[in-house]
Design a protein around this ligand. Structure first.
Ligand SMILES: Nc1ncnc2c1ncn2[C@@H]1O[C@H](COP(=O)(O)OP(=O)(O)OP(=O)(O)O)[C@@H](O)[C@H]1O
Ligand SMILES: [Mg+2]
Length: 332
């Protein structure tokens, strides 16, 4: 299906063609000295739904506003951001080199891309490195990333909800969940969200009996009848009020963003609102629906040409929707 303009969409999602994308200085980031200020991660569970496409294009738009942007290909084992940017992996330094101490300075792994202002830390393809990372390695990486002199870091995550992927999602300031209007993708997004929330919660609880309770609750067939975070909160409140307060804090701070991709009609646009309501009602989690992207032939054309959509087809509808998501994320 070729590109199309969606009609009947909610007013806050209406397209505004911008004469120019705002400069990074307009975001309030440009004039603040110091290291990485915003760290985004694109996840969502299911494979092949457009996570890498979004990561590359968000990063490109942000770089075009004048921000110093770093893309990190955290899809270890299935890395392909370099290809999306028209680069060859060759024998360049990649994330595995850093994780396995072959490169000590992370900055050396951040290579220039054809997009001015955008650097990339390449991931690895299965045969050239390992897809496994330990918790210590991930923490070390996050520490190093947050010290780099850049404005925005964008992590592209692997499919699935492995511990490593959930940790990458949780460590960032802003995790973006991506879903497409298909039952399998929607199911995966809920599973991912649930896994991420419980993982974050288990870390926040300070007493081990409560941590055990959280771990039990993660098993949907747990015997204490806990089905949702709300059930769990009631149980924790009953046992330990302080831990209950910590739980509320986690609920309050956990605010993933949501993007619905490959939308074909205005009905599908509403999926984002349904997911948001379900998360609120059953999980007590506030998800922010930051926008959707239509199904657009320009996307796969740009992927085939190994160029970011926003540069290859800047006037396409999908490029407009991507730019609008960046504006929303940057609050401009
Ligand atoms: N909005 C869209 N319109 C049309 N095609 C799209 C759109 N978004 C993504 N695609 C297509 O979907 C395919 C998969 O995209 P991408 O590689 O970004 O997915 P992914 O979620 O990163 O997959 P993986 O989990 O395997 O890394 C690409 O071929 C791309 O062209
Ligand atoms: Mg990908």
């Amino acid at each position: 299906m070729s590109s199309m303009r969606l009609t009947g969409t909610p007013s806050w999602l209406s397209i505004r063609r911008r004469a120019a994308v705002p400069h990074c200085g307009d975001t309030g980031l440009g004039d603040r000295p110091g290291p990485a200020r915003r760290i985004w991660a694109i996840g969502g569970g299911k494979g092949g739904i457009g996570k890498s496409f979004l990561a590359v294009n968000l990063a490109t738009v942000a770089a075009r506003t004048g921000c110093r942007v770093l893309l990190v290909d955290a899809d270890l084992g299935g890395a392909n951001l370099h290809t999306c940017l028209g680069m060859r992996s060759g024998d360049r330094v990649n994330l595995s080199d850093y994780l396995q101490d072959r490169v000590v300075d992370l900055e050396k792994a951040a290579i220039e891309t054809p997009v001015p202002g955008l650097r990339l830390i390449m991931g690895t393809l299965g045969h050239t490195g390992t897809a496994e990372t330990s918790r210590e390695q991930r923490e070390h990486l996050f520490q190093a990333v947050s010290e780099l002199p850049v404005d925005i870091v964008v992590f592209d995550l692997a499919a699935g909800a492995s511990r490593a992927t959930l940790d990458f999602f949780l460590e960032t300031d802003e995790g973006v969940l991506m879903a497409t209007p298909e039952p399998t993708s929607i199911e995966n997004v809920y599973a991912f969200l649930r896994g991420a929330f419980y993982r974050r919660l288990a870390r926040a609880m300070s007493t081990s009996p409560i941590r055990d309770l959280v771990r039990d609750a993660m098993d949907r067939r747990n015997e204490c009848g806990i089905r949702t975070p709300i059930d769990l909160l009631q149980e924790i409140d009953r046992i330990d009020g302080d831990e209950g307060s910590r739980f509320r804090q986690v609920l309050h701070e956990f605010r993933p963003r949501l993007v619905v991709n490959q939308v074909r009609n205005s009905e599908e646009v509403k999926l984002g609102f349904s997911i948001r309501s379900v998360c609120r009602k059953f999980f007590g989690i506030d998800v922010e629906y930051v926008g959707y992207i239509n199904f657009d032939d320009s996307v796969w054309r740009s992927m085939k040409e190994c160029r970011p959509l926003v540069l290859a087809y800047p006037q396409s509808d999908a490029a407009l929707y991507v730019r609008r998501i960046v504006s929303k994320m940057l609050g401009t």
